[in-house]
Design a protein around this ligand. Structure first.
Ligand code: EPS
Length: 408
């Protein structure tokens, strides 16, 4: 089992993550972790906080001389902004003398759409800061650090993961646009919105600008695609082993994500089965053999909750961020009088960041499913089992191919 735990507040000292269940012998690319963290910080529409932070994960354990040992990997992502928040966020009962930063007034006007009200009622907090600090999407930096290592495990068996933005507010890729994995992979790391279509991206930027001017926020949709995924991850035999359900859980858990689709998702509910299911055909291979192929991949690489060898495609739909510069109506929880919602520094749009977090969550779920199917305490054992499973599938196809030709 691969599991991870995160801890940390948005303006506390930092974020901590422990990733447990990794095999030994995985070479860890530290620059790749930093790359993923920086990708999460990027994107048009991000707020001023991202100009303060320069996220980097310090690996504290579980890696020696560049390779995993099999022990839990722990990482720390420090908050640079802590400097400015110590007088508000100190862990000691009394403010340490000389603590830098302003001592901020309690937050008492919950933002509709945020965890503020439900959290304050549930945990009996008078200062909503005790809720919002942990509910903040800053936590996703820790997930991305863990996901970066899961992605490296997947890469070691040939799996690649990438993401792109489909829509922001009402601006979208033209309906029915087929986006290949190669197109997504070709998106430049400094792309403003991680969209494959320049015209659509320009429209999306205009949507974000209009929202900013109006003191509003916008959401959107992103798609995560995993390429060269082995056949047979997950299972149809029991509800909690279905990989589509596990991916949906993981992506839905990302802040502000309100819906998840696999493959064509909700579109499939509107169309007849003949327009939804991916036909199975036989094609000749270069060496004269035969293999099974799928002319389409509307299922998003999953049938019966099991990977079928096609690209795994997961879409996340994100609502607009809850902090509005032109706040919605709310109530002051100290006076129980009408009052505009609190304003916290925030983003106008964080869909490209959510896409990067989506990659991390998909990587973590797929890595766990790989460990379940191929087991192994070391990367080497896993690689051998992946190869053996692949050879077995190829061999079966070849044998059947010969039988077919003999019958003709
Ligand atoms: C975030 C950091 C936060 C927010 C954002 C995500 O920083 P700050 O609150 O200091 O501006 O920008 O969090 C939210 C959108 C939210 O609603 O909490 C980050 O690192 O991603």
């Amino acid at each position: 089992m691969l599991r991870f735990l995160t801890a940390g507040e948005s303006h506390g000292q930092g974020l901590v993550v422990i990733l447990e269940g990794l095999p030994a012998g995985l070479a860890v690319d530290f620059d790749a972790i930093t790359h993923d963290l920086r990708q999460r910080q990027a994107g048009y529409g991000r707020g001023r906080r991202m100009a303060i932070e320069s996220d980097r994960a310090e690996v504290l354990s579980g890696v020696r001389r560049g390779r995993t040992t099999g022990a839990p990997v722990s990482m720390l992502v420090r908050n640079r902004d802590w400097e400015n928040w110590q007088a508000t966020m100190h862990v000691e009962a009394e403010m340490p003398p000389g603590a830098p930063g302003a001592r901020r007034a309690p937050v008492v006007r919950p933002r509709p759409g945020h965890a503020d009200l439900a959290g304050a009622l549930k945990y009996e907090h008078d200062d909503i800061r005790d809720v919002l600090e942990r509910a903040s999407a800053r936590e996703t930096a820790a997930r991305v650090a863990a996901g970066a290592i899961a992605r490296q495990l997947l890469r070691a068996i040939g799996v690649e993961i990438a993401s792109h933005v489909i829509s922001i507010g009402g601006a979208s890729l033209p309906a029915g646009t087929a986006v290949s994995f190669e197109q997504i992979r070709a998106i430049a790391p400094d792309s403003q919105l991680r969209c494959v279509d320049a015209a659509a991206e320009a429209e999306m930027i205009a949507v974000i600008d209009r929202a900013r001017e109006a003191g509003d926020t916008v959401g959107g949709a992103f798609e995560v695609v995993a390429h060269r995924v082995p056949v047979g991850l997950g299972s149809y035999v029991h509800w909690d082993r279905k990989l589509d359900g596990r991916l949906a859980h993981a992506v839905m858990s990302i802040h502000a994500v309100k819906a998840v689709a696999i493959g064509d998702g909700v579109e499939g509910a509107r169309r007849p089965g003949s327009d939804v299911h991916d036909e199975i055909v036989v094609v000749e291979t270069a060496d004269g053999g035969r293999r099974l192929a799928r002319p389409t991949n509307r299922a998003g690489g999953l049938e019966g909750g099991v990977t079928n060898g096609e690209d795994v495609r997961v879409t996340g739909f994100m609502k607009p961020i809850a902090t509005l510069m032109k706040p919605l109506r709310s109530v002051d929880l100290t006076t129980i009088e009408d009052a505009p919602a609190a304003i916290e520094r925030s983003d106008v749009c964080a869909v490209p960041a959510a896409a990067v977090v989506g990659e991390a969550m998909v990587a973590l779920v797929l890595a766990e499913a790989v460990l379940e199917r191929f087991g192994g305490d070391t990367l080497r054992q896993i690689q051998l089992r992946v190869q053996a499973a692949e050879a077995q599938i190829q061999g079966r196809a070849r044998r059947r191919g010969r039988n077919l030709r003999a019958e003709v």
